[in-house]
Design a protein around this ligand. Structure first.
Ligand code: 5AD
Ligand code: SF4
Length: 433
């Protein structure tokens, strides 16, 4: 009988992919089946995020709960970004944890799983040419890493300390992995990296001459691959050649994440983002001009140290001018191993909360208008998930989530849908073919 694995994945797409790698590697050693029930699991893994403080605090209470509920002899492992930055401290604070595996050490899962209190968290470990086993959460939509780590020094961000310096994965491996996924039914790929459009700056062992735009062109030649998405690009590396490719390559989905963080040039400088309010607006205007059908999403941090009323007004102005289709907004959270944790002029929680609310309620108004405007329109939906009550979910080329009534016969197909209803988060429609 195969062992049972319970795996909880927090954080970003990189973590989702890392969880897939962990499952694939474990299965190369011995068969595991996934379970959603802690009490049934032989192995419990919490794949953590450390980008903000709250989830880190939650981790220890969760370990306590899992430890009480788990069956005799079951193991608990903590992996991912919090594992990287707390390391051994996790075992000191919670001795029921059997092993700790950092975000850059996924391939070592089979080494640590049977070692009591093993800790593997080296952030200079090179996994860029490691050939992981195959496991996909969703066979229709493949996630593929194109780089690991991050070479930026944004002053608020813990990620360079948890995922290490940036290394690009050789393009032949990326090509091979996508081709395999396509052969087993995926029409769509999501390219993942902390900073995808910095691709090609540094490889582990090979010195290819290739940048992100060229990688996109190369991947586009894969027969049977219909849709390419990527996250996250950095506004600083969005050169004109890339934006032209984005606009004119029909396989590139017209959905782009352009993380703003702040609309104030002074705050952007304090964050070491490398661009100004004007250059950010210039890039977004160019995207709107070249790709009018594209949706633009962004990340915004509110209440960064020293953020004045005027700085926040600058952020609001950028929000108005770009008209982002989606905004992920956060209160600034001081993180260990970052420069900004030492900054003076912290903004009170009261002011930060009020600013966040103002930003979110303004965006909600914009969003409702944008979503309502979709009613009556047609879009091409790639169906990839069966939902309860005979509903099937998929995404338009521009990333909007669409539900229709139907069966598994729709899965893996790209079909024309007429939009009939809209909520803030999703559209409903009927298949038109
Ligand atoms: N505080 C708040 N938000 C943060 N992010 C990254 N670090 C912090 C922090 N210290 C946000 C950024 C990033 C997203 C993934 O999380 O907006 O783009
Ligand atoms: Fe992803 Fe960053 Fe969270 Fe790590 S800290 S899981 S890289 S969002």
């Amino acid at each position: 009988m195969s062992k049972k694995l319970f795996i909880e994945t927090l954080g970003c797409g990189m973590n989702v992919r890392d969880s897939e790698h962990i499952i694939a590697e474990l299965n190369r050693k011995e068969p595991y089946t996934l379970t959603q029930t802690i009490e049934d699991a032989d192995l419990i893994i919490i794949n953590t995020c450390s980008v903000r403080e709250k989830p880190v605090a939650k981790l220890f209470s969760e370990i306590g709960i899992f430890n009480k509920r788990k069956k005799e002899g079951a193991k608990i492992g903590v992996t991912g970004c919090t594992a990287s930055h707390l390391g051994e401290e996790i075992i000191k604070r919670a001795p029921s944890v059997d092993f700790v595996l950092g975000a850059r050490n996924v391939s070592k899962i089979t080494q640590v799983v049977d070692q009591k209190h093993a800790v593997e968290i080296a952030i200079d470990y090179d996994e860029s040419s490691y050939e992981f086993g195959e496991y996909r959460t969703n066979p229709y939509r493949a996630m593929v890493n194109i780089s690991i780590g991050c070479d930026k020094q944004c002053t608020f961000c813990i990620v360079p300390a948890t995922r290490g310096e940036e290394i690009s994965i050789p393009s032949y491996l990326i090509f091979q992995e996508i081709s395999k996924a396509v052969a087993s039914g995926a029409k769509e790929v999501m390219l993942l990296g902390q900073n995808v459009n910095n691709y090609g700056r540094q490889f582990g062992n090979n010195e290819e001459k290739i940048n992100f735009t060229k990688l996109l062109q190369k991947i586009s030649t894969i027969d049977g691959l219909e849709r390419i998405r990527f996250t996250s690009p950095h506004p600083l590396h969005m050169d004109d050649t890339f934006l032209e490719e984005f606009a004119h390559n029909p396989k590139l989905c017209k959905q782009i994440h352009v993380p703003l963080q702040s609309g104030s040039t002074a705050i952007l400088q304090a964050m070491k983002r490398g661009y100004t309010k004007e250059s950010f607006l210039n890039r977004c205007e160019k995207i709107r001009r070249l790709s009018p059908e594209a949706t633009i999403s962004t990340d915004i941090i509110v209440g960064f140290p020293g953020e004045s009323e005027q700085d926040f007004e600058d952020t609001m102005e950028v929000v108005e001018r770009v008209g982002f289709e989606q905004i992920f907004s956060f209160k600034y959270s001081p993180r260990p191993q970052t420069q900004a944790q030492h900054f003076k002029n912290m903004i009170s929680d009261e002011i930060t909360t009020a600013r966040l609310q103002r930003l979110q309620s303004r965006h909600l108004e914009m969003l409702v208008a944008q979503m309502d405007a979709q009613i009556g329109s047609f879009c091409q939906v790639y169906f990839d998930e069966l939902k309860p009550n005979r509903r099937v979910a998929g995404r338009c080329d521009n990333g909007r989530l669409v539900f229709v009534e139907g069966s598994e016969a729709l899965l893996g197909k790209v079909l024309t849908v007429k939009i009939t209803h809209a909520t803030r988060t999703a559209l409903e429609g009927v298949v038109w073919e």
